[in-house]
Design a protein around this ligand. Structure first.
Ligand code: SAM
Length: 257
């Protein structure tokens, strides 16, 4: 493979990844909290803060699993819309042409509908996600199966068999100006933290029977600079990354121009 970090044989990888997520789908969300001490929630919130999506935007959430990124996206864009409405109501200034155009686009036609498409190879993960959406009362703005402006892949790229092809596909489906954003485990910068983290994970995984997930994870770590180069090689511009929690996780971002 491209940089030689992938040690699971290609022909086995897709089937293995499918089986792992099929077996953990029902306890996936609990497992995420246990394995990250709940910090995956902050990493996902940070992805949304860096993304800062505006109402009306469309998201393709690949490897979307049970919908964590899409739920946050809809909540963020909807609260952004409420905030904009509130600020407009408070303002006594004469409206600019831009205000009028915005008002026409939003008030008269109703709030601009943000939309997230959750895309995953595993029907069991999507099923759990749909149940979560129902429970949370999210009835609009969500579909579970293309799309153009922002492409996210959270904790998914390491599971993909041909990462270069996945990046090419991301570039293809995005419109010019669109942004690729990836949240993924990365290389911990502090060796002490790396060692303690490994010990914690071994303990928690053995205790809870998550060993298969840990083994899969161990074989597929994408160091920050390596992955940055891969995104650039795929044809994205202005590629940058942000380390979260000492590099346990990184957010990579690039634009299609
Ligand atoms: N994005 C969600 C999150 O952050 O909670 C789920 C991440 S979960 C660790 C990885 C997901 O990637 C699983 O639901 C798995 O089925 C999916 N997946 C693995 N390979 C894939 C592929 N080639 N295309 C689409 N989804 C894939």
């Amino acid at each position: 493979t491209h940089f030689g970090f992938q040690t699971v044989p290609e022909e086995e990888k897709a089937g293995k990844v499918y089986k792992v997520f099929e077996s953990v789908a029902k306890k996936y969300d609990v497992m995420n909290d246990a394995m990250s001490l709940g910090i995956h929630r902050l990493w996902k919130d940070t992805l949304l803060h860096i993304m800062n999506p505006q109402p009306g935007l469309r998201l393709l959430d690949t490897a979307g699993g049970t919908g964590d990124i899409s739920f946050r996206f809809l909540e963020y864009t909807r609260s952004m819309y409420d905030r904009q409405q509130w600020m407009r109501a408070k303002s006594h200034q004469a409206p600019s042409w831009q205000d009028i155009a915005d008002r026409y686009a939003s008030d008269e036609a109703g709030p601009p509908q943000s939309h997230a498409v959750v895309c995953d190879i595993n029907k069991d993960m999507l099923k759990v996600g749909k149940q979560r959406a129902e429970k949370a009362g999210i009835t609009t703005g969500l579909s579970w199966v293309v799309v153009r402006y922002i492409y996210t892949i959270a904790f998914g790229i390491r599971n993909v068999t041909h990462i270069e092809q996945a990046l090419q596909e991301a570039l293809r489906v995005l419109k010019a100006g669109g942004r690729f954003m990836c949240l993924e485990f990365s290389k911990v910068t502090n060796p002490l933290l790396a060692r303690s983290l490994n010990q914690y994970w071994v303990g928690i995984c053995v205790k809870n029977n998550f060993e298969i997930v840990r083994k899969l994870h161990q074989t597929m770590c994408l160091p920050q600079e390596t992955f940055k180069e891969m995104i650039e090689d795929a044809g994205f511009f202005c590629v940058q990354y942000f380390n979260l929690t000492g590099g346990i996780v990184a957010i990579h971002s690039g634009f299609k121009l």
